[in-house]
Design a protein around this ligand. Structure first.
Ligand SMILES: [Fe+2]
Length: 177
C-alpha cells in the first residue's frame, strides 16, 4: 500500500505479509486502461482497434479496451466461448440483437453465438472493456466458417503493432498471466 496521507478507518490494518503464494504470478496494474494515446490501440479491423490489458495464452483468453473513433465494424464471427463487455463510452451493438449499448451498459454473450459488432456514430469514441475467450471463428456471408482468430493471433497482432509504434513487443508479453 502506498504511504499516502489520509484518515480512512482502515489505516491501522496490516497488509498480508506474504500475499502471493510462491508460484503465483504478479498482479497486473495498468493506469488509465481506456487511454487516449492511439499508439496503445492495435488495429483489429479497418475501423476498430484494441488495447490489450491482460492476455492468457493458456486459457486462450484476453481482456482489452475495444475502441472505434466513429462508425466501426468487426465483421461476422462465431464464439464457441463466452464474452463479457462493459461499455465505457460511445454507442455499439450487434446486428443480431435489438439493444444498443452506451456508457455503463454490461453485456454477456453466451457461448455458441455468432454476431457482427458495429459501432455507431457518436460524440464520443466507442470504448468497451471486453473479456474474450478465443477463438473467434470468422463467418462468410452465408454464416459458414471462414478462418479463425485466437489468443496467439491476438498476441502476434499486438506484438507487431507495439514494435511498429515504438512501445516494444515486450510491453505485450508483460501482460501475459
Ligand atoms: Fe464477438
Amino acid at each position: 500500500m502506498p504511504a499516502t496521507p489520509g484518515n480512512e478507518f482502515w489505516r491501522g490494518l496490516k497488509p498480508i505479509a506474504e500475499s502471493f503464494k510462491p508460484d503465483a504470478l504478479p498482479e497486473v496494474y495498468l493506469p488509465n486502461a481506456p487511454i487516449e494515446d492511439d499508439r496503445y490501440y492495435v488495429p483489429f479491423s479497418e475501423t476498430v482497434s484494441s488495447r490489450p490489458l491482460w492476455i492468457s495464452p493458456q486459457q486462450n483468453k484476453w481482456c482489452d479496451i475495444l475502441m472505434a473513433k466513429s462508425a466501426g465494424l468487426v465483421n461476422r464471427h462465431y464464439h464457441p466461448h463466452e464474452v463479457f463487455a462493459f461499455t465505457l463510452s460511445g454507442k455499439w451493438g450487434y446486428l443480431e440483437h435489438d439493444w444498443i449499448a452506451t456508457r455503463g451498459d454490461f453485456v454477456y454473450e453466451t457461448p455458441g453465438e455468432g454476431h457482427t459488432l458495429v459501432a455507431y456514430e457518436h460524440e464520443e469514441p466507442m470504448r468497451v472493456f471486453f473479456i474474450v475467450k478465443g477463438p473467434l471463428i470468422w463467418l462468410d456471408e452465408d454464416g459458414k466458417a471462414d478462418g479463425a482468430f485466437d489468443v496467439h493471433d491476438y498476441i502476434a497482432l499486438c506484438r507487431d503493432h507495439y514494435e511498429k509504434v515504438g512501445l516494444g513487443a515486450a510491453a505485450v508479453d508483460a501482460l501475459f498471466r
